[in-house]
Every structure is written in C-alpha cells, then in structure tokens.
Unconditional design. Structure first.
Length: 381
C-alpha cells in the first residue's frame, strides 16, 4: 500500500472562490483516514484532488513519495467508491467488477481469480450473474466496493459511500468497511458528513470547515480535547451544549454565571479561567456528561423547565430550558420527566470545556488570541 501527503493544497474556482485552503495532511501506510465536515466544507473536493478528478490550484500531492499533481487518474494507482455506486446498468455484477481489469488488458484467468476472491470477501458470490437493477442498495454498494478491491490499488478512496442507505444498513455497512480495512491492511481515505461514521471507523479524523482544516487527530482526542467550538459541536451526538456565561470570582473561588444558575469550576479550570474574570466565555458540556436530579443546588446544578422529552429506550434525551439557554441531557432511559416539570441537571465539571467568545478557540491554560482561518467562501462540493 502507500502513504499520501498533502502539502499546502488549495483549490480555487473561477471568480476566486477558494474551496480548499492550505490543506496539510500526512496519511500513513495502511491508515484509515476520514475527512468529515458539513456540506460545502471542501472534503469531497479534497478527495477528488487526490483522485485526480479535480486539478490542484497550488500545493503538492504525493502518493508513495511520488509527486502526482499532473499524473492522470488512471496512473495514480487509486480506486474510488462513489456515493451513487456508478455501476453499469447493462452489465452483470461480474462484468461490473471485471471491467476495470479488462480495459487494463489483464488475462481472463487473473480477472476471474480477482473477481471471485473479492466476491467471497464481500459475500456476493451468489449475485455475480445479476444486473444492478436486481440488487438492493446494500448489495450495489458491495459491488462498487468489490470493483475497487479487484484493482488492488495503493489507495482506496470513498466518497460518502453510505449516504444513500437506510439507517440500519448504514450501521451494517460501516462495520463491513471497517472489517474490510482490517483484512486488506489498505490505505483508505473516506469522506462523510456523518460524525458517527468518522468516530467509529477512523484511525485519524480530519475535521474541515469552509475549506480549512480545524483539527486532525484520533477519534477520542477530538472528542475529549477539541481545539475549538466548531470541532466540539460537530463531534458527538447529541451535540455539545454551549452556554454563554460570565466568569466571576467569589471568596477566592472561580465560578461561571449564566444569569439563572452558577457553577463552580475545578481548580485546574480556575487556573486558566482567572484571566477571564469579568468577561464572558462559552461553557460547553456534553449531554452524556450531566446527571438528573430534582434538587437544585447553587454552584452545582443547571436548573430549568423540561421543554422536550425524547425516550430512546436505553436512554432519554431531556431538553431543559433556562431563562437564557436550552440544555440537552442524556439520562437513564428509566427516567422520563414530564414536559414543563422543573428539574435540575448536574454537569460533570471535570468534563466541561470553555471557549473564547471571540476566537472560539478552546481555553486550556492560556488566553487564545488568534482564531483559525475559516473565511473561505462556502461552495458546493
């Protein structure tokens, strides 16, 4: 397999619209890297530049140590799986999978060997004589992946391959692609807007916004230590709660004041929040990091009225409205509060995050003074 390196990669369309802005990513051999972000963030454009389907405006792209900026797609030794499967409707599954090898003049025996091996890996041996119209969405996706596998490329590229599948099938295919990566020990680059896919599949996640990389790291690193408010809000489901609070000092202790409730911070947080005393910051807490209680306690609980209840079996999502904010709590499924009931949530302050109001950078012991560049114009991917 191969390494992939993007150095200062930019994509500028006509009119000066910058879709990808100075992207730098190092992808190791056999690594599963996921590019994730909302629509228009530049992730698919980045993938298409790696594939050679989009020209690179500036920067250097290397695959296995070779600069490939001007190398045609067919000579990059990559295989791409598209969102819409891109199967030939008049061909059988066997012929769809064999087509790329046929045009590369592989002999029939080698083609048959590769197609049947890939079909066995994907459990579609019984479908080889069918045509795409006789297949389900999940089966078509397997065929599209099989067509990539038979190529035995240096790098596999996946462009939102599961977005057309229903929820149950997405979960199944997610596990199958992860298993495929383990079996093939291949270098894979995967694009999605679904942060759950990113968290469950990736060795390394690249979070993008408006063409700019916001953070690169492992799933737990991004979940536990987001660099900025965007990453904190994008990674995790339901998303992190954000509340504007004022940092105050009371008797030598640091607390944050929302207006209707106050919370004392930990000693470690107090050390880096002290420069913010008298100023507003954004307080972030994940729904899974709060507990339910009927007993309000000054300095410890978020108090309000229940506005929405979502029973989900093993857990309940409860929306609590204060005078100035709405907080989502993920609580035990056996607890189902009533709408309009007054309750309190106890945030685990060890898990709390704080962000500078102006820069939106995480506050971690220093006062940030520069926000990440994220002013590229939004474009459709």
């Amino acid at each position: 397999m191969a390494t992939v390196k993007l150095e200062n990669i930019c994509k500028i369309y006509d009119g000066g619209v910058k879709a990808v802005d100075n992207v730098n990513i190092d992808i190791e051999d056999k690594e599963f890297v996921v590019l994730v972000g909302p629509s228009g963030c530049g992730k698919s454009t980045t993938l298409r530049m790696i594939a050679g389907l989009e020209d690179i405006s500036s920067g250097t792209l290397t695959i296995d140590g070779k600069v490939v900026n001007d190398v045609p797609p067919k000579d990059r030794d990559i295989a791409m799986v598209f969102q819409n499967y891109a199967l030939y409707p008049h061909m059988t599954v066997y012929d769809n999978m064999a087509f790329g090898l046929k045009i590369r003049k592989f002999d029939k025996a080698e083609i048959d060997k590769r197609v049947r091996e890939a079909a066995k890996i994907l459990d579609i041996e019984q479908l080889l004589e069918r045509k795409p119209k006789a297949l389900s969405g999940g089966q078509r996706q397997r065929v599209a992946v099989g067509r990539a596998i038979v190529r035995q490329p240096k790098v596999f590229l996946f462009d939102e391959p599961l977005s057309n599948l229903d929820a149950k099938l997405r979960v199944q295919m997610r596990a199958e692609i992860s298993g495929l990566h383990h079996r093939l020990q291949a270098t894979m680059i995967y694009v999605t807007h679904d942060q759950v896919e990113a968290l469950t599949m990736a060795d390394k996640i690249v979070v993008m916004k408006l063409g700019v990389i916001q953070q690169i790291g492992g799933p737990l690193e991004l979940y536990n230590n987001p660099d900025n408010k965007f990453v904190a809000g994008f990674i995790g489901s339901p998303p992190m709660n954000f509340i504007t609070v004022t940092v105050k000092e009371n008797g030598g202790r640091i607390l944050v004041d929302e207006g209707t409730f106050t919370l004392y911070v930990t000693d470690q947080q107090a050390a880096f929040l002290k420069p913010y005393v008298g100023r507003q910051v954004t307080f972030g807490i994940r729904p899974e990091d709060v507990e339910f209680t009927h007993t309000p306690e000054a300095g410890r609980t978020i108090d309000g009225h229940v506005s929405v209840v979502e029973p989900l079996g093993a857990e309940t999502h409860v929306y609590v409205a204060t005078s100035n904010a709405r907080v989502i709590g993920k609580i035990d499924g056996t607890v189902i509060p009533n709408v309009d009931e007054r309750i309190s949530l106890i945030p685990n302050m060890d898990k709390a995050k704080f962000f500078d109001i102006e820069t939106e950078l995480a506050i971690r012991g220093n006062v940030p003074n520069k926000a990440p560049a994220a002013n590229a114009k939004k474009v459709e991917e």
